[in-house]
Design a protein around this ligand. Structure first.
Ligand code: GLC
Length: 726
C-alpha cells in the first residue's frame, strides 16, 4: 500500500508578511550569522555558548528545561546580539514532560488517535510552560526488531497504525498554544528507516530495497509531513550505503521534491560529524560539505557547520544561496512559533502548569488503556472479592523509577506510585496484601522462601516482573529478550505453588516470555506506563477498567524468529499449504526448532468481555478503481462486562506484478459494547488505497482478486473476497 509517492507535493499557503520579514532579516545577516542560524548546541558544548549566542552564532539550544536558564540565554540572543534573533529551545518530550505517560509503543496499543493527541497536548503544554518551543518528537520509526532498545519510542511494526498515530502526536504537539499564543514545533524522527538497524543494534547500518523503504518504512514520515509537521530529524544510520544525514535522495528527492516538505531539517546529535566515522567523509569539513549539499538545514551539537561552513562558502564550494534557503526556513519556523514577538517564558508561572491533576488523571487513563491482556485462563482477572489475601511478588512490586520508562528526564520518581502502594489503597479494605520482592530486576539473589511463603498464604498471586527503565531506549539494545536476572526462576517456582497466578510484565519492548505464558494462567502486558502506571494496572486488576489494548508489535517466541511481523510475504513454500515435497520431506519456509507464528500477533489483545464476530458482508463484491470498497461485520459482546473492541480491517492482494504481503492493515475502529449488545461495523475503503509500487517503483492499482478480513487481530477474522475491476 503506497503512501510515499505523491503526484502533487504539499504546498503551504504563502504569508506575505512572514516572507517579507524573513527576507529583510536575511538581507542584513553576515555569513557568520547565517551559519549561526544553522547551529544547535547544548550547554555541554566545548565552545563558549554565551559568547557565541551573543555573536548570533547559535540558533537553538537544547536539553535545557529550566525556564530561568532559558530566559538567561534568550536575553543574550535577543538583547545583546546584533540582530536580536531569538533562540529556539529544543527538548525530547517523548512521552511526557513532568507528568509521564506510557511509552509510545504502549500508547500505540490503545489504537486511539484522540487519546494520543490529548497526551501530546498535555505533554507539550507542560514543556512550553518551562520554555521548550521545539519538541524532538514524535519518533515514528517502524521497527520489527524488539532487540532494538528504541522500539519503545515508536508506534510499532505497522505503517498504517504508525502513520495514523504519528499524525495525532503532531496535531497534539503543534496545535497547543501558551498564554502568549506561542506554539511549539514537532520534529518527526528519525528519517529514515532507523528502526531497521541491522541485528537490532542501535546506530547500525540499514540496507533495504527502495520498495520496502517506500512501502513499509517511509509512510509514517510522509503522514507526518501531510499532518503539517514543522521539522524533521535525520537519523544516525547509513541507508543503502549513504548516511541519512547526508542523503540527498531522502532529503531532496523524496522529502522536498516528492512530498513538498518546506520545514526545517535538523541532523541528529552530531550525526554530521559522524560521517567521518562512517567513512563517508575524510574530515569534518567534507562532512559539512556533504550534509549541507544534501539539504540538512541545522547541525545538532555538531563538529561541522560551526567550524567549516563559512570557509566552504568563501572557497566557492557551497553557494551562499544554499545557506540562504536553510536560514529562511529556520527564521520562518521561529516566526511561525511566535518567538520574535514573545521570546521569553514566564518564569513565575512555569511550574504551576506541571503535574496538574487532570494531567495525572490522563496519565492513569492512558496507562490503563495501553495495557494488553494477553491471557486470562479461568477468568482469574479481574480480581474478585473472594481473594481475601493477595500476594504481590516480584522486583517491580515496589519499583518506581522503572515504571517511568526511557526518555523521561523531567519525570520525578517521587511522583510515581508503586503498585504495592496503589493496591494497598485500592483493594477492598478486608483484603490482606502481602508484598515480597523475590529477586532483583537484574542480578542479585533469589529469595524463593519468602516468595513461596507469601504465595502459600494467598488466594491469588500477582507477579510483578519485567525490565528496568534503563534496559530500553537509545543505545539499550538487548540480544537476549528473556526476563532479566532470575525472574524466570521466580516465575517457574510460583507457577507450581498451586495458587492462581497473574503475571504483570512491565517492559519497554516485547520480551520473549514463552515459558512464562505457558506456565501462567493470566498474563498482562503493562509496559512502562509512566507516573500513573500502577494506578492503570490496579484499575485493570480490580475491573475498574476493562482492558482494551491491542499489540502494536508482534511478540516473538524466541529471538531466532526476529524479525517476526504479520505483513510478511507468502513465499513459494508457505507452511500453510501442502506445497512442495522433496525427498519425502515437506520443504517449507519454516524452522526445524521453532514455530513460524509469533507468541502473540500484531493487533492481539483480550478483554474481560467476549467479542464475537459474525455476518461478514462484502457489500461491493466488485469494485471499480475509482470506487469504494464497502464491507461490514457484526460484533457482539457476549460476555458479562462492558468493553471496548478495536475492530481491524485487513486486505490481501492475491496476485501482483510484485509479491504482496499476506495481510495489510487498512483501517480500524474502536467500539464500545455493553453486555449483550451488538453493533454492525461498516468500513469504506477507497480502492485507491490498494495501490502499490510496481517493479519500477511506480504506483499501480491492479485489477484482480483480493481477500479481506474484519477481525480482532492480524491472525484471526472473518474472511471475504472482492474483485477490483477496471
Ligand atoms: C539523541 C537521539 C534523538 C534526540 C537527540 C537530542 O541522540 O537520537 O532522538 O532527539 O539526541 O536529544
Amino acid at each position: 500500500m503506497v503512501s510515499t509517492i505523491s503526484s502533487k507535493p504539499l504546498t503551504r499557503s504563502i504569508d506575505p508578511k512572514r516572507e517579507a520579514f524573513c527576507a529583510d532579516l536575511l538581507a542584513k545577516m553576515t555569513l557568520e550569522e547565517k551559519v549561526g542560524q544553522m547551529v544547535q548546541a547544548d550547554l555541554s558544548w566545548h565552545e563558549d555558548v554565551r559568547q557565541l549566542t551573543r555573536e548570533g552564532r547559535i540558533s537553538s539550544l537544547f536539553t535545557i528545561r529550566d525556564p530561568k536558564v532559558i530566559n538567561l540565554y534568550q536575553h543574550i540572543a535577543v538583547d545583546e546580539s546584533r540582530l536580536g534573533i531569538p533562540l529556539i529551545i529544543g527538548n525530547d518530550i517523548i512521552h511526557g514532560f513532568r507528568s509521564i505517560f506510557p511509552i509510545p509503543l504502549a500508547l500505540a496499543c490503545t489504537w486511539d488517535p484522540e487519546l494520543v493527541e490529548q497526551v501530546a497536548r498535555a505533554s507539550i503544554t507542560e514543556a512550553m510552560a518551562c520554555g521548550t518551543t521545539w519538541n524532538f518528537a514524535p519518533m515514528v520509526d517502524i521497527s520489527r526488531d524488539p532487540r532494538w532498545g528504541r522500539v519503545a519510542e515508536g508506534s510499532g511494526e505497522d505503517a498504517y497504525l504508525s502513520s495514523t498515530l504519528g499524525a495525532a502526536w503532531i496535531r497534539g504537539y503543534q496545535e497547543a498554544r501558551d498564554a502568549d499564543g506561542r506554539s511549539a514545533a514537532a520534529c518527526v524522527k528519525h528519517y529514515a528507516a532507523y528502526g531497521a538497524s541491522e541485528s537490532g543494534k542501535d546506530y547500525n547500518s540499514v540496507d533495504m530495497s527502495e520498495r520496502r523503504l517506500r512501502e513499509e518504512y517511509l509512510p509514517p514520515y510522509r503522514a507526518a509531513v501531510e499532518a503539517g509537521v514543522q521539522t524533521l530529524m535525520t537519523s544516525f544510520n547509513d541507508l543503502n550505503g549513504v548516511p541519512a544525514s547526508a542523503n540527498s535522495f531522502l532529503i531532496k528527492r523524496i522529502l522536498r521534491e516528492e512530498w513538498g516538505f518546506e520545514g526545517v531539517v535538523v541532523s541528529d546529535y552530531d550525526a554530521i560529524g559522524e560521517l567521518v566515522m562512517h567513512g563517508f567523509a575524510r574530515d569534518h569539513k567534507e562532512a559539512t560539505l556533504r550534509s549541507v549539499l544534501a539539504g540538512v538545514d541545522m547541525d545538532m551539537m555538531g563538529n561541522a557547520y560551526h567550524f567549516h561552513l563559512a570557509a566552504l562558502v568563501r572557497e566557492g564550494k557551497v553557494a551562499e544561496t544554499v545557506l540562504d534557503e536553510a536560514v529562511l526556513r529556520i527564521l520562518g519556523l521561529k516566526y511561525d512559533l511566535g518567538l520574535f514577538e514573545h521570546p521569553f517564558v514566564d518564569e513565575a508561572d512555569a511550574h504551576s502548569a506541571l503535574s496538574l491533576p487532570e494531567s495525572l488523571d490522563l496519565a492513569a487513563k492512558a496507562a490503563a488503556q495501553s495495557i494488553v491482556l494477553l491471557k486470562n485462563e479461568g477468568g482469574i482477572l479481574p480480581l474478585n472479592a473472594s481473594a481475601k489475601t493477595v500476594a504481590l511478588i516480584g522486583p517491580l512490586a515496589k519499583e518506581r523509577q522503572s515504571l517511568l520508562g526511557c526518555w523521561c528526564f523531567d519525570g520525578r520518581v517521587e511522583d510515581v506510585e508503586t503498585l504495592a502502594e496503589v493496591l494497598e489503597r485500592d483493594l477492598p479494605a478486608d483484603t490482606n496484601l502481602i508484598v515480597e520482592q523475590g529477586c532483583a530486576i537484574d542480578g542479585g539473589d533469589l529469595d524463593l522462601a519468602g516468595a513461596l511463603k507469601a504465595a502459600a498464604l494467598a488466594d491469588v498471586v500477582l507477579l510483578a516482573l519485567g525490565e528496568s527503565d534503563t534496559m530500553s531506549g537509545e543505545a539499550h539494545s538487548r540480544a537476549h529478550l528473556c526476563l532479566p536476572g532470575r525472574q524466570q526462576e521466580l516465575a517457574d517456582a510460583l507457577a507450581k505453588c498451586g495458587k492462581p497466578v497473574v503475571a504483570l510484565v512491565f517492559a519497554g519492548r516485547p520480551l520473549v516470555m514463552t515459558k512464562l505464558v505457558e506456565e501462567t494462567p493470566s498474563v498482562v502486558m503493562a509496559w512502562h506506563g509512566g507516573t500513573r502506571a500502577a494506578r492503570g494496572v490496579a484499575d485493570v486488576l480490580t475491573g475498574k477498567v476493562n482492558p482494551s489494548g491491542k499489540l502494536s508489535i508482534s511478540f516473538p517466541r524466541s529471538e531466532g524468529q526476529i524479525p517476526v511481523y504479520y505483513a510478511h510475504k507468502n513465499t513459494g513454500r508457505p507452511v500453510e499449504t501442502s506445497g512442495t515435497v522433496q525427498f519425502n520431506q515437506a520443504h517449507k519456509s519454516s524452522y526445524l526448532d521453532e514455530e513460524n507464528a509469533p507468541l502473540f500477533p500484531f493487533g492481539f489483545g483480550l478483554s474481560y468481555a467476549q467479542f464475537d464476530y459474525s455476518g461478514l458482508k462484502v457489500l461491493t463484491p466488485q469494485v471499480r478503481k475509482n470506487e469504494t470498497l464497502r464491507i461490514s461485520a457484526r460484533v457482539t459482546n457476549s460476555g458479562k462486562w462492558h468493553g471496548s473492541e478495536i475492530v481491524q480491517l485487513y486486505v490481501r492482494d492475491l496476485v501482483g506484478v510484485v509479491t504482496r504481503p499476506v495481510k495489510e492493515l487498512v483501517d480500524f475502529r474502536k467500539i464500545a459494547l455493553a453486555p449483550g449488545d451488538s453493533q454492525t461495523v461498516e468500513f469504506e475503503l477507497p480502492a485507491g488505497c490498494l495501490s502499490f509500487l510496481d517493479e519500477n517503483h511506480h504506483p499501480v492499482l491492479e485489477e484482480g482478486d483480493y481477500k479481506v478480513w474484519i477481525g480482532p487481530n492480524s491472525a484471526e477474522g472473518l474472511e471475504g473476497r472482492f474483485e477490483l475491476i477496471d
